[in-house]
Design a protein around this ligand. Structure first.
Ligand code: ATP
Ligand code: MG
Length: 411
């Protein structure tokens, strides 16, 4: 059996209230309660949740029927039908605001009451259904939005992967190009070195003869000694060039930081001096050795020195007191273990804060594209990481740049 619809009656005249109640029951409705004041109507509506409220407008209470109906409708969305004997313009206006479901003028016939109540209940039910439909529609819409978002993020991932693949591909290509350049340069250097080595040997040997034949303390003896010294220097530079050209084929082994710094400078010092750069070296000889590919570390240092030289020349085209480049090395503890820390400090143009975290990215460069590939620091980063170390940059634009390298001291 269908459950009876429950109706609340709000009427302050006892007799009228009773007659309405019996009429409703006669029509097959249940009366959930009969109340006499607006305040009580709101309270009871909340407690009983009736399906409909029949509301007298003029009540013998502080809160009149229209106000009570407004609250009941808006707070509990229970439909309200008004019952009243009289109405004026102002009242009709207020009534409209409460969105009533019907209106009955007293005195009324039973069939009028039946008709209005039935219509109000029907209208309310339709409205509920509509609302439910809207909610479902909203749910579907949300689901659709979710689906679209999912797809979008899938696509974004695919896109990212593709971009990565393209970068990897470019990187591999550039690296192989660089390797082949280096190899060609290596061959050339090896050839030139060999060609220079023979005459240099000759020079040193002939100077030695001169030295032997001249009296100690004489000007000839002194000059011959200087020729020998300079000749040996040439031989050193050449052998350095040769080992750099052989690049990285050797095994890792214990190396001293001082040796690598000086070997790197042997190849660059002349250029630095020519540019009027003031070089300061603070690399103690008693620092512990570490395990490394010396050529690779040298390549890192050469990259950093070349960057510093460029930055200094950008800031000071000629010689200058502040055109300073400093290399400092010391022993430190990092991650609880001993490390050698090398700091390359130049007072060149510095690096803008916005790009400081990009400089180690492959292909990142601010230099003209025909002179730079933007791979120097990215390769350096690779090499240092490969040696279990760290490489960091610190800079203030227009002031200085510091490249800090920490390499673990093996046992
Ligand atoms: N000492 C420095 N002072 C100022 N800027 C620097 C310094 N070192 C690096 N940079 C900045 O970092 C960028 C990347 O350096 P990186 O060595 O990787 O490439 P590059 O020098 O531009 O090109 P490449 O080394 O391949 O010739 C440089 O273009 C420059 O903007
Ligand atoms: Mg560089």
């Amino acid at each position: 059996m269908m459950e009876k619809k429950r109706i609340m009656v709000v009427e302050d005249e006892g007799i009228t209230a009773m007659s309405i109640k019996s009429s409703l029951e006669g029509m097959g409705y249940a009366v959930s309660s009969t109340v006499f004041s607006g305040e009580e109507a709101v309270k009871k509506a909340e407690e009983d949740k009736p399906d409909l409220v029949l509301m007298d407008i003029v009540l013998d209470s502080k809160m009149d029927g229209i106000e009570a109906a407004g609250q009941i409708h808006s707070r509990f969305s229970i439909p309200v039908v008004y019952l009243t004997a009289h109405s004026d313009e102002k009242m009709v206006k207020r009534i409209k605001m409460t969105e009533p479901f019907g209106y009955i003028v007293k005195p009324f016939y039973e069939r009028e009451l039946r008709f209005v109540v039935e219509i109000a209940l029907y209208k309310h039910e339709m409205e509920q259904r509509l609302r439910k439909g809207e909610k479902e529609l909203e749910k579907h819409r949300e689901h659709l939005v979710e689906l679209v978002e999912e797809r979008t993020s899938e696509l974004q991932n695919i896109n990212k992967k593709l971009e990565q693949e393209i970068t990897d591909h470019k990187l591999a290509k550039a690296e192989s190009l660089r390797a082949s350049h280096l190899a060609a340069l290596g061959e050339l250097a090896a050839g030139v070195a060999h060609e220079i080595n023979n005459p240099t040997n000759g020079i040193v040997n002939y100077a030695q003869i001169l030295a032997n034949q001249s009296k100690e303390g004489s000007q000839e003896h002194d000059l011959a000694g200087r020729i020998i010294k300079e000749g040996i220097r040439i031989a050193g530079i050449v052998s350095n060039l040769l080992s750099f050209a052989r690049n990285g084929k050797e095994e890792k082994g214990p190396v001293g930081i001082q040796t690598i710094v000086y070997d790197s400078l042997a190849l660059t010092e002349t250029q630095l001096k020519k540019d009027g750069i003031r070089l300061m070296i603070n690399v103690p000889s008693d620092l512990p050795n570490f395990i490394a590919h010396p050529q690779q570390i040298e390549q890192v240092f050469l990259n950093i020195i070349s960057n510093a030289r460029y930055a200094l020349n950008q800031k000071y085209p000629g010689a200058h007191d502040n055109k300073v480049f400093e290399i400092t090395a010391k022993k430190i503890t990092a991650d609880d273990s001993p490390h050698i820390q090398i700091i390359f400090y130049d007072r060149g143009i510095g690096i803008p804060p916005g790009i400081l975290n990009k400089i180690m990215n492959p292909f990142f460069t601010t230099k003209p594209y025909n002179i730079s590939t933007g791979l120097g620091l990215s390769i350096s980063h690779g090499i240092i990481t490969d040696h279990g170390g760290n490489i960091m940059a610190d800079s203030i634009e227009g002031e200085f740049t510091k490249i800090i390298i920490e390499l673990p001291v093996g046992k």
